[in-house]
Every structure is written in structure tokens, then in C-alpha cells.
Design a protein around this ligand. Sequence first.
Ligand code: S3P
Length: 440
Amino acid sequence: MILYVEPSRGLRGRISVPGDKSISHRAAILAALGQGTTRIDGFLESSDCLATLRCLSLLGVPIERLSPGSYQIMGRGQEGFREPKNVLDCGNSGTTMRLLAGVLAVQPCFSVLTGDASLRTRPMARVIEPLRSMGAQIYGRVDHTRAPLAIVGSRNLQGQTHELPIASAQVKSAIMLAGLSANGKTRVKEPARSRNHTEVMLQYLGVPVDIDGLSVTVTGGTIPQGGHIIVPGDISSAAYLMVAGSILPNSDFTVENVGINPTRTGVITVLQAMGADLSVEPKAGGGEPRGNIRVRSSELEGIEIGGDIIPTLIDELPVLAVAAAFAKGTTRIRDAAELRVKECDRITIMSQELARLGVAIEEQADGWVVRGGQRILGGKTCGHGDHRVVMALAVLGLGGEGPLCIQGADAVGVSFPGFCSTFGQLGAQLEERAKDAQLM
Ligand code: S3P
């Protein structure tokens, strides 16, 4: 499929975005580990989160779909998972693989986690090593650094203190999930604060989590209790709308019910610092903070983005590079080398594709330097199978001077099903077309 994008003269209306990807994965996994039944509403039915449900189902977890986005999951609690009869396919989803590695390390069964070509190249030593140091038997390709991973689970892991060299919510969560069934206390200390959805949800489901600055501690033998989880809209998906509304003239719209957990709102902080006209109206209730975000057109200016804010906006950096292309002056993005090990090398791929479309962008080891205000022409570009690259390029196309065709449109289904129709409701013209259709 290709994504065909027409330049837009402004977005107006009121919409919502699909459920948060990180929170949906955690809701399904914690419900499966819990005692009793959990109902989840607002679950993101994207290919990544559906991969998590499929894996849990193969592990013997009863899952019922009540209606679109609403699920009932029967927790396996003390009983534990069933040995899967086949390999567990995580598709493109790093969160599925890393979090399940932690869960399966302490389930007394043999399991294999695999994924698509992109996921099989992504670094897994960052979860394998800490889990092995707790006594887990977990093996991988390329000297235990790459998937497929083979795991011989055991209830005999020893709780430990782990100091992570990089801030990663996936690694922190994998260790905490293993820690729930390990002996004693398991502590994870991060160099900077990453998203804390696992901590928030564990506490919401009755599991004590001790949080002290950048350290979190869980105690073995604690089991989440079933409950009702309502997943807010994904701020990472709303980010494409925030940037588009900021750069396009005559825009004024509201995105309703977006998750505004402070460990995820770096994109709002940075866009506001660039001069974006964003106002957030928080709403009460639920385990995770949520609110409506009003977006109006603005004149953006280049800034420096780096340091401890990076983990709070890591997935939004491709679209922030696009915002920088429309800003006055220079934007420097640094301390973001992690982008090289996402679904693709987002630093190289974004520089290549943006440069090809007229953006003055320089690749750095840990980010980019973007000089804004160049003419953005339409044409053809490629998303390299990475959902966030495809959607960031689509926003560039909305602000460009001619139609843009992006190869690999299917990837948007990894995190933002209905991407085109959501923008369509605000008046934009984005269309998915068969690959061999007439391009323009
Ligand atoms: C995620 C954590 C981040 C993020 C990813 C989702 C999560 O990855 O980039 O899209 O749900 O925990 P890292 O943990 O590798 O930083």
C-alpha cells in the first residue's frame, strides 16, 4: 500500500485518537498475570497490541472480545501460564517481546519468542542480561543478543538491584514483571525517567511498588487483582495531529481523551517551547492522567532538544524533526542515539527521506540538526516499514507544496489504525492506495 497525501490548508474539528499502545500492552499482560477477571476498555486494536493478545492466548489465557476495543481477560494468577504449543510471534512489537521475556522467565515452561525481520535485528541483550543475572535461563541468536529467544522458565529467580545503562521502560518493565515472581525484592534504577505505565498500573491493581527517585522496587509473590482498566488515547498518535495543527495555517481542533502522564508529555513541552499554541485541559478519574488537547496554528521556532526529556518523547522525535523543518531557525536534537535501534534506524532513515524532499537536515551520531524554512516539495518517499516514519512523513506532506506518495503505508496499523480517517475528519486528504495504483 502507498499513502497518498495532499497538502492541507488547515485542520478543524473535534476528534479522538485510538488507545495508548504502551498502556494496552501492559493492561493485557497484567490482566493475564492477575487474579480474577479484568475488563479493558479503549484497548488499542493495532497489530502490535493484537500480537500481545495472540501470545497470551497461546499461553492459555482466556480472552474474550466484548466489542471493538473492549476485552475481558481471565487472569491465570498463581496457576501460571500453559506451555505454548508453538512459537510466540511478537510481529513488529518490541514491547511484546521484551515484556513477555520478563514474564516467561518466571513461568515454569519452555517458550520461544520470535518476530518479524525488523524485530529480529533489535537488541535483546538489554533484557537477557539482567534476567540471566537473576538466574533465568534465556538464550538468543548472535551470542544471546537477538531474537528468536528461547526461555526455560523457573520460579526460582533471585530478586536483585539493576542499574540500567540507558533509560528504557521496556527493560525496566521486563525486570519488574520477573520480579513479581522472584525471591525477595527486585529494584531497577534508571539514569533518567522513562514512562511509568507499569508502575501506575501495578499500583492501580493493588500491587505495592516502592518508588524512590529514579528507582522502583517490587517484592516477589505479589499478584495483581483483576479490575477495570480504561486506556486513554495515545499521546504518541496525538503528536502527529499536534505537529500538523501547529504548522498548517487556519487550524483549530481538539483531540479528546489523550493520556497526559508526565513521563510521556515531553512532546507538548517541546512544541510549546517552539511556540506551538497547545492547551491541555486535564480530566479527572482513572489510573492514568488524561485530558483534551486544543491545537491551533502557530509560528514555530527552532530550539535545542536533549537531555533527560528525551525518554519522555523518544517516539515523537521523527515528527518533531518534521516540526523543525517548518520552524524558523535551527533545531538541534541530541542524546537520542536510541532512535537507531527502533523499528528501523530512525536517525539515518529520517535524514535520508527528509533531505530527499527538500529539508535541510544533517545527520548526527545521536540526532539531527535541522534548518527550518526550506521549500518542501512533494514527490515519492518511503517509510521503510516503520510506522512512525510513515506518519511523520505524512505530516510533512500535509505542510508541503505538492502531493506526496509514501511507500509502506500498511505500517501505520502497528500503532495508529484509522490514521487517514482521523486526519480526514479534520478536513485533510490522506488516502491508502494499492501499491501499483497510479501515483499522481
Ligand atoms: C515503550 C518504551 C519505549 C518506546 C516504545 C514503547 C514501552 O522503548 O520507544 O515505543 O511501551 O515501554 P524503550 O523501552 O526501548 O525505550
